[in-house]
Design a protein around this ligand. Structure first.
Ligand code: UT7
Length: 332
């Protein structure tokens, strides 16, 4: 059984905000943001919504894969910033696409969300194929979509300058026969809920007649250095485990597509894995940290640049709130 990504797509808001633009709003500078993170620009939603961006990315991914929405069996959307509590983002996308045969639900694993959703989709499709052995391909649409700008404290320069809005999507096909050895070859997920407090955003407090409390609205709060330490230690470990599982050596890997949070984190992971930075494509300079959207946007960017060829060995890896971390190894 091969779990193959057969199409990708992405969508970002129109408004491009530079570091200098932010420097006119708050006490920050292009020099600080670039030297600490590598970020130069980010896109912020004005008219756009999480659903609209997710649908845009999905339409591109379906067209790229040559799949009709009606043929989808599953839609998983990874997000921490859906437009509404209910229905969930995946259901919204299903309705907008007319994917009437698909089961749709959301996955919340923050910046690891796309990785967790991709692996969940692979396991779901495998089970579906085993239960209904009619020889047909099974297909999932996996989305990472965020409008993080709405949960940022725009008075907190230590967080709001880091993030951006956008969406990416991938079509995952379970192909019971043929083209052996393609697709997902290893997947590892980790969770450390005991340390979740270092990157969090509280939901609404209880608010009923018996528990009236006045609480200020909540925004993302982060102990950046703790998250940094978690990332540079856990991401290489998780990647090593997934690469071992796939039966590859680190040198066999052509591209490492990592969650785009900070250039220094990417450099540190590359160093710890003893791999050259050329294998670690970067687009955080243009989009900032788009949480669950960052890995699928990067995958789509890299494909559009022609850097992925049939047989390319690729690591996808994400990390973030939870704390969570995930790595998937695939052969294109
Ligand atoms: O998706 C996963 C989520 N998050 C991450 O991956 C984040 C991981 N962590 C990081 O990327 C880094 O820790 C940050 C970029 C968030 C911060 O970099 P840092 O080198 O750890 O800086 P810091 O927090 O230690 O702050 C250093 C100084 C402080 O000033 P003092 O106390 O030294 O005077 C901050 O107040 O930089 C100041 N500062 C800023 N200055 C200008 C914090 N934010 C800003 C800002 N502009 N935007």
């Amino acid at each position: 059984m091969n779990m193959v990504i057969s199409g990708t797509g992405s969508a970002v808001p129109k408004l491009l905000v530079t570091n200098d633009d932010l420097g006119r709003l708050m006490d920050t500078s292009d020099a600080w943001i670039q030297s600490r993170t590598g970020i130069r620009n980010r896109r912020l939603a004005v008219e756009e919504t999480t659903t609209g961006l997710a649908v845009g990315a999905s339409l591109e991914a379906l067209a790229d894969a040559g799949i009709a929405a009606e043929d989808l069996d599953l839609i998983l959307a990874a997000t921490v910033t859906p437009d509404q509590f209910l229905p969930n983002l995946a259901c919204e996308v299903q309705g907008a696409l007319g994917a009437s045969g698909a089961v749709a639900f959301d996955v919340n694993a923050a910046c690891s969300g796309f990785l967790f959703a991709l692996d969940t989709a692979a396991l779901y499709l495998k089970n579906l194929c085993e239960r209904t052995p009619d020889g047909a391909d099974r297909t999932a649409l996996v989305i990472g979509a965020e409008t993080l700008s709405k949960i940022m404290d725009w008075n907190d320069r230590s967080t709001c300058v880091l993030f951006g809005d956008g969406a990416g999507a991938a079509v995952l096909r379970a192909q019971p026969s043929g083209s052996e050895k393609r697709g997902i070859r290893g997947m590892v997920q980790r969770t450390d809920g005991a340390r979740g407090g270092v990157l969090s955003c509280r939901n609404r407090p209880v608010n009923h007649p018996y528990a009236k409390r006045q609480e200020p609205p909540a925004y993302v709060s982060m102990d950046g250095q703790e998250v940094y330490r978690f990332a540079v230690r856990t991401v290489p470990e998780t990647i090593r485990e997934a690469v071992d599982q796939a039966g590859f050596s680190m040198a066999d890997i052509d591209l490492f597509l990592l969650h785009q949070a900070n250039l220094r984190i990417l450099e540190s992971v590359a160093k710890r894995l003893k791999q050259p930075m050329e294998k670690f494509p970067v687009n955080l300079d243009e989009y900032g940290n788009t949480s669950a959207a960052s890995v699928p946007i990067l995958l789509d960017d890299v494909r559009k640049q022609g850097k992925i060829k049939e047989g390319s060995r690729i690591v996808l890896a994400g990390f973030g709130a939870g704390l969570t971390c995930g790595a998937t190894v695939l052969v294109w």
